[in-house]
Design a protein around this ligand. Structure first.
Ligand SMILES: Cc1cc2nc3c(=O)[nH]c(=O)nc-3n(C[C@H](O)[C@H](O)[C@H](O)COP(=O)(O)OP(=O)(O)OC[C@H]3O[C@@H](n4cnc5c(N)ncnc54)[C@H](O)[C@@H]3O)c2cc1C
Length: 506
């Protein structure tokens, strides 16, 4: 086994010559792949350390569309990736029972109608509804429409207006990206990190491995999962705990056999003390129950999940504290993935945040001086992004009319962050949604949840009142017709991924 060594410190240009990544889960191997690709030809050596004794979380299985952009950046061929990760297409999330029995709504990907007179499309829909229209999201969003019929399309030729992401096997993805990164020269060391040596300025000089070796580098990426081996244990950055807003802090995960039907969407089904996911893959179905330990015991949660799935298989339990590290970038160490924080996987944001975090690091790429302005900018952007995602997740609970358990009663009455309360008030008046610059969730995404949870604004957009309601109805019919033209390319999702005889991992 060879070790990467830090570049001599008298290296004149001060460029980063060596990077050590701690952790070989989704975050570690995504970081390794992106950095190896981006730094090809610079001579920077990348080494990844992963522990054989500490497993990976391995349950992150639903992505969002920018994940496909990452594969393009890596020049990975989609069919090859899909085959090796047992992936299926994801066109939407369906939220079941969040507003009580029988309720359901879509958060689909892709375009949503067409703006009319500079007004975002949802205003036209709301205006039409106020005049008796019955239009639902699936008439103006192709992905939602296809999901209703378990249909999808060739991922290599998506119809106009459609976007997609993947459901994938996280363990197979880590394996795939490992092969990719190693081909680009990333060195892998199997060892456990037991500590770090620091320089006089507090930056990390090297990490110490349990076998007695030390590993120096210029830049360290902490992708060690919830442990935060460098960012927390060594650098003690601290944690912002968001349990007061998002009390779910445990999850139970269990696979079930793949069913004959193959929905091209994730299901998030509200439960007594949280919600359960269903993620269909080619070789199995991923399931799990995210719940609040303050509202339900582990045994009761396990029984609820087993009953819902009709299985007596024992699920695996995971514990987490929703929130974020005070600072993800400290000195010469940048935390990504679970080491940087975690929010419940309701909108599949974690893998996206890993990818976005590494691209953001490239946008702020330091030299060996590690100008504090870079870390400050990176940390401020990430904190803002996480707060906006936190607000979007809280929104799913905040508007519920459910009162059938202590959990739902508490969620309906919980005080909201001012930032979210203001956004809800703005929408409740005249349907106004103001996304922030660089915000992950678009105006349409906010609309799907606000509308899906049954909030109807007091008035419709006054600027649309100039349009005769009958003319507006005709315009909507045309928009719907144009949106759904992509149906011509639709295929049954299960025809893309025919059922094979496969074993279910235990
Ligand atoms: C219940 C649940 C469901 C989720 N669902 C989704 C989802 O649908 N979509 C989504 O985007 N995200 C989801 N996530 C998040 C997703 O799983 C994570 O973002 C992703 O797996 C990244 O994990 P990681 O690589 O940061 O950590 P891990 O998978 O925990 O990997 C940590 C790595 O660090 C190594 N390590 C730890 N300590 C040491 C040490 N001392 N020395 C050496 N190596 C060490 C381990 O060996 C391992 O390789 C979910 C998370 C949970 C908990």
């Amino acid at each position: 086994m060879t070790f990467a060594r830090a570049a001599p410190t008298d290296d004149a240009d001060g460029a980063i010559r060596s990077i050590v990544i701690v952790g070989g889960g989704t975050a570690g191997w995504i970081s390794a792949a992106i950095l190896a690709r981006a730094l090809t030809g610079t001579g920077t050596r990348i080494t990844l350390v992963e522990s054989a004794d500490i497993g990976i979380v391995g349950v992150g299985e639903a992505t969002i569309p920018p994940f496909i952009d990452m594969l393009q950046f890596l020049d990975i061929k989609l069919p090859d990736f899909i085959r090796h990760t047992e992936a299926t297409l994801k066109l939407a999330i369906r939220f079941d029972q969040w507003n009580g029995p029988g309720t359901s709504y879509w958060h689909p990907f892709g375009t949503f109608g067409t703006g009319i007179g500079r007004r975002p499309f949802h205003h036209a829909l709301l205006h039409d509804r106020a005049h008796g229209g019955q239009g639902g999201v699936d008439r103006y969003n192709l992905c939602a429409h296809l999901c209703e019929a378990d249909q999808a399309f060739s991922p290599e030729r998506p119809p106009p207006g459609a976007r997609f992401a993947l459901h994938l096997d996280a363990v197979l993805m880590a394996r795939y990206l490992r092969r990719y990164a190693e081909t680009l020269g990333v060195a892998r060391i199997e060892a456990t990190v037991r500590g770090a040596a620091r320089r006089g300025d507090g930056t990390v000089a090297s990490i110490a491995l349990t076998d007695g070796r030390t590993l120096p580098a210029d830049l360290f990426i902490d992708a060690s999962g919830f442990a935060g081996v460098l960012i927390e244990r060594e650098l003690k950055t601290g944690y912002v705990d968001w349990r007061a807003h998002l009390p779910c802090d445990r999850a139970l995960a269990v696979p079930t056999p793949r069913a004959a039907t193959l929905p091209p969407y994730t299901v998030a089904h509200a439960m007594r003390a949280g919600w359960r996911w269903r993620i269909p893959l080619q070789h199995r179905c991923g399931n799990g129950y995210v719940y609040s330990s303050a509202h339900q015991s582990d045994d009761a949660a396990c029984a609820d999940l087993q009953t819902a799935l009709g299985t007596d298989a024992q699920p695996r339990q995971l514990r987490f504290v929703p929130g974020r590290r005070n600072r993800a970038w400290v000195g010469n160490c940048v935390a990504v993935g679970l080491a940087s924080g975690f929010l419940e996987p309701l909108e599949s944001t974690s893998i996206h945040l890993i990818v976005a975090g590494v691209f953001n690091l490239l946008d702020h790429f330091p030299d060996r001086r590690f100008d504090p302005a870079l870390a400050a900018s990176y940390n401020a952007e990430l904190a803002l992004e996480l707060e906006r995602i936190r607000d979007f997740l809280i929104l799913h609970y905040a508007l519920t009319t459910r009162r059938d358990s202590a959990f739902w009663a508490d969620m309906a009455q919980a005080p909201l962050p001012d930032s979210l309360a203001e956004r809800i008030a703005l929408y409740a008046d005249a349907g106004t949604i103001r996304p922030y610059p660089r915000e992950m969730f678009t105006e349409a995404s906010w609309f799907y949840v606000l509308d899906g949870m049954g909030l109807t604004p007091r008035r419709t957009d006054p600027l649309l009142s100039a349009i005769d309601p009958a003319r507006l109805r005709a315009m909507l019919a045309q928009i719907s017709h144009d949106t759904l033209a992509g149906r011509a390319q639709a295929l049954p999702h299960c025809a893309l991924f025919p059922l094979r005889a496969v074993a279910i991992p235990g």
